[in-house]
Design a protein around this ligand. Structure first.
Ligand SMILES: NC(=O)c1ccc[n+]([C@@H]2O[C@H](COP(=O)([O-])OP(=O)(O)OC[C@H]3O[C@@H](n4cnc5c(N)ncnc54)[C@H](OP(=O)(O)O)[C@@H]3O)[C@@H](O)[C@H]2O)c1
Length: 309
């Protein structure tokens, strides 16, 4: 597909009606642990290269020694997408948790990211080789540039493209890109980016970046979807949750899902892991979606145009 064409590719939310998605999920997954995922009803998002990514996954930043049990609990609950990064120092443990669960490699979607240090200290290949090795030695489903280290984006992207050609990375994308970063990269990218993972939560809704990213045919994934717990005491969210018999975390995650975002809440408490996946059996009204979006105060935790790491 030419660049011109993939930029026009509509992003399909495959199976908007989550429960109706169950049959399709059954087709994608192996038999053993498929049941949990089918029951969870997690829809897929279609990426612009034909791959599908589960719309809800588990974030693993700071899980540290809890990584293995959390991954196992998440797989048991029905999660199939796992987000790690070189910087989290737990790629090995993410893979170990997946292995211990007994699930087939093809039934999970693993994402990782190249850290700023690896970008700044070329060649970048040894760090990418190490990520692949730590994550099972076969392939990574989606590998991203973690932060836009301006002077190294092109070199890193072109290196990542080589891994796609070799089949060691199935798809590539980036994180924390503003529209101007995307526009610059698309001028030379030969492999199309599939995902932009950015900070999104009710206090930082990022409408403009979401629209611009999608305008390029790139799916958007929200990091810190619960604002690292900051939204959990919000009275508006609590009142909305009460109406549906759901927790603040659940209505917040549902808001992400209904915006068509891929989202990766982190939890190491098994009860939270289970709670966060029970969001596909209700639907927020248009008014409640609007009320949650209205909580925006552009309260971000990090600035992609000005970071010190
Ligand atoms: N690309 C990037 O630059 C970037 C940056 C930040 C994060 N991320 C990714 O995004 C993931 C998620 O972001 P995050 O870890 O910063 O924060 P988050 O998912 O917004 O929030 C995590 C916090 O919420 C709590 N929590 C989760 N579910 C809950 C529930 N149902 N009820 C009450 N509390 C709940 C967790 O508690 P417990 O710890 O007690 O379970 C934890 O303290 C990360 O793990 C990482 O994979 C990416």
């Amino acid at each position: 597909m030419k660049r011109r064409d993939f930029m026009k590719t509509p992003l399909l939310v495959a199976g908007a009606a989550a429960l109706g998605k169950a049959g399709m999920a059954a087709g994608l997954l192996g038999t053993g642990t498929a049941q949990a995922a089918v029951q969870a009803g997690i829809p897929d998002i279609a990426l612009n290269n034909g791959m599908k990514i589960p719309q809800l996954g588990l974030g693993t930043w700071t899980l540290a020694e809890d990584t293995i049990p959390s991954i196992r609990a998440a797989i048991e609950a029905g999660y199939r997408l796992f987000d790690t990064a070189q910087a989290y120092g737990n790629e090995k443990q993410v893979w170990e948790g997946i292995k211990q669960s007994g699930i087939a490699r093809k039934d999970v979607f693993i994402t990782s990211k190249i850290w700023t240090n690896s970008m700044r200290n070329p060649p970048q290949k040894p760090s990418i080789d190490k990520s692949i090795e730590l994550l099972g030695g076969e392939y990574i489903d989606l590998f991203m540039i973690h932060w836009p280290v301006k002077e190294r984006i092109r070199e890193t992207w072109e290196t990542m493209e080589e891994y796609v050609r070799k089949g060691l990375i199935k798809s590539i994308g980036f994180s924390n890109f503003n529209p101007h970063h995307i526009e610059a990269l698309l001028k030379y990218a030969k492999v199309k980016p599939v995902v932009n993972q950015i900070e999104i939560h009710p206090y930082h809704t990022q409408e403009q970046n979401v629209a611009a990213t999608r305008g390029y045919g790139i799916a958007v994934e929200s990091w810190s979807p619960l604002a690292r717990g900051k939204v959990l005491d919000d009275p508006t969210l609590a009142a909305i949750g009460k109406k549906y018999g759901k927790s603040v975390a659940q209505v917040t995650l549902r808001w992400h899902i209904q915006r068509g975002l891929i989202t990766i809440p982190r939890a190491n408490n098994p009860a939270y892991i289970a709670e966060n996946i029970r969001i596909f059996d209700f639907e927020l009204s248009k008014e409640d979606m609007t009320a949650i979006s209205a909580l925006n105060k552009n309260d971000r935790m990090a600035d992609p145009d000005n970071f010190s790491w």
